[in-house]
Design a protein. Structure first.
Length: 220
């Protein structure tokens, strides 16, 4: 069966949410400009799964009109469902929409949902906005290991070398994934201050950590 604008539109207009969900998934096979036009009404769909699927495509389709995408995604940050909020945050990061920084910061502070917080911290790393430094430091001290791990990565991506002395203590964390993220972040931040820590991590018992530390050492 050939997928066309008309066939997808028919699915998107269906009263059956399963059909609408199928239509959203088929948008990937249309021209981006057409898909961007068709996906927008579904971002406010009554069904959570449809909204989530539609918002999740904005990381690619949103480049068609960044101003419209910013408005749409800002609105979905206040969605009633955490999954949709997280997807909106992810898309804002992928599209590098730094204009949404204040919205993301507010949601991080207000939301009780760990999934939303993790997505926001990851997004801040992608955005690279200097304003996020203090928020990332706060996330670094989170008692949620996923938030903490994502904050380590985001601080590396942000590039503020003031984070180096704050990240070094995590190099001895018992979780190898945390050590891996530390090696990755310190490699990106660079400078002589990180050398001894990376040298230690280069002998880590987990090969992934050791390899990442060795890569970091080569960049100093």
């Amino acid at each position: 069966m050939t997928i066309t604008r008309e066939s997808v539109q028919e699915l998107l207009n269906s009263p059956d949410y399963g059909n609408r969900l199928s239509g959203v998934n088929q948008l990937r096979q249309l021209e981006p400009a057409v898909a961007f036009e068709l996906v927008q009404p579904l971002i406010n769909d009554s069904n959570t799964r449809v909204r989530y699927a539609a918002v999740s495509q904005m990381d690619m389709l949103g480049t068609q009109d960044l101003a419209v995408s910013l408005k749409i995604l800002r609105d979905r940050l206040s969605d009633s469902e955490p999954d949709v909020q997280a997807a909106a945050a992810d898309a804002l990061g992928a599209l590098k929409l730094t204009e949404a920084y204040d919205d993301l910061q507010q949601l991080y502070q207000d939301s009780p949902e760990w999934l939303v917080k993790v997505s926001i911290i990851a997004t801040l790393g992608e955005l690279g906005d200097p304003r996020s430094f203090e928020l990332l430091l706060s996330a670094l001290g989170s008692d949620n290991s996923l938030i903490q791990t994502m904050a380590i990565s985001a601080l590396g991506e942000l590039g503020n070398t003031s984070a180096v002395p704050l990240l070094i203590p995590y190099a001895t964390n018992p979780d190898w994934q945390v050590r891996y993220r530390v090696a990755q972040a310190l490699g990106k931040l660079g400078g002589e201050e990180v050398r001894s820590t990376l040298e230690t991590l280069a002998d880590d018992s987990f090969v992934q950590v050791a390899q990442e530390a060795q890569v970091g050492l080569k960049s100093i």
